[in-house]
Design a protein. Structure first.
Length: 95
């Protein structure tokens, strides 16, 4: 039974086994019913694993996408530091 408040988590090995069943010829409908999987979940696993061999989104990113994510994290950290320094400057200016 699916519960959106408590999503299930699957190991990478399990995902590979499910995709292996599909690649071996087992119908998608049977896999979805037997393992209680949603259509979009199964489709995403099949597409991801067959394209790159990795079920994780991080394994499917290009180096450019990784660099953008890294720069966005750094930008967020620097903005937080600037906000802290602005607040500190206001405190010291009042004294």
């Amino acid at each position: 039974m699916r519960d959106p408040k408590h999503p299930r988590h699957f190991t990478d090995e399990f995902k590979r086994q499910i995709v292996g069943l599909h690649d071996a010829g087992k119908p998608r409908r049977e896999i979805m019913e037997e393992y209680d999987l949603g259509k979009s979940t199964l489709e995403r696993w099949i597409k991801s694993i067959n394209a790159t061999g990795s079920p994780r989104a991080a394994g499917n990113r290009t180096p450019e996408q990784d660099r953008i994510i890294e720069l966005e994290r750094e930008n967020k950290r620097l903005r937080m530091e600037v906000d802290v320094l602005k607040q500190a400057a206001l405190l010291f200016a009042r004294k």
